[in-house]
Design a protein around this ligand. Structure first.
Ligand SMILES: [Ca+2]
Ligand SMILES: [Ca+2]
Length: 215
């Protein structure tokens, strides 16, 4: 489970590619955001690319049934996700911006920004969903300027293959994984294939932090 989450984190580097293929859509309905609790102190607000730790309860708007609670179900632990790159429901990506640590929101999410006409599992087709969200922690995401600066060892504002590889090895090491060198090479290849848009062998800040404005 931890490994899976970590791989998701690393692959966050590549995920904008998947947004590219989703294409242009008709104007989408909005998420209704109600701020339930706003902390007095707010040092930082969430922005695209941040990693967010949340507890949440999800309800069907129609009959009020709770279909999931991170506090009561599964591992009963809060969940991490990266804001704005399509890892979670579109309604979360839209409804969790500019949020402070400790803030609580109620999000009412139309089907198009949730599970759509099809539904999924316990979610009937065309369901509007209501989520009680509590934001517990914000961290720099893999696409933040802070992460870029950490990776850019010689501070020339571009990432070489070696810098990306060093970063991956360090991250894997910190999480206790010993991966083969060839494995890292493969990951670096994948990252450069997708991120080095002009194929000059370096990932610039623009190539790295560019987030498509689809949301
Ligand atoms: Ca560099
Ligand atoms: Ca480049």
């Amino acid at each position: 489970m931890l490994l899976q989450r970590f791989i998701m984190y690393v692959l966050g580097l590549c995920s904008s590619v998947f947004l590219l293929v989703s294409g242009r859509k008709l104007p989408v309905p909005e998420v209704e955001v109600e701020v339930v609790h706003k902390p007095f102190m707010c040092f930082r607000k969430t922005k695209f690319g941040d990693m967010l730790l949340v507890h949440y309860e999800g309800f069907l708007e129609g009959n009020g049934t709770m279909f999931h609670s991170s506090r009561l179900h599964g591992d009963k632990i809060p969940v991490w996700f990266t804001l704005g790159n399509g890892e979670v429901l579109k309604g979360w990506d839209k409804g969790m911006q500019n949020m402070c640590t400790g803030e609580k929101r109620k999000l009412t999410i139309p089907p198009l920004l949730a599970y759509g006409k099809e539904g999924k599992g316990k979610i009937p087709p065309s369901s509007t969903l209501v989520f009680d969200m509590e934001l517990l922690e914000i961290r720099d995401g893999p696409r933040s300027h802070e992460s870029f600066q950490q990776m850019d060892l010689n501070s020339d504002w571009k990432l070489s293959r070696q810098e990306v590889k060093d970063y991956l090895m360090k991250e894997f090491g910190q999480h206790g994984y010993q991966a083969e060198d060839t494995h890292h090479e493969g990951m670096v290849d994948d990252i450069f294939n997708m991120e080095d848009e002009d194929k000059d062998g370096f990932i610039t800040t623009r190539e790295f932090t560019f987030v498509h404005d689809e949301f």
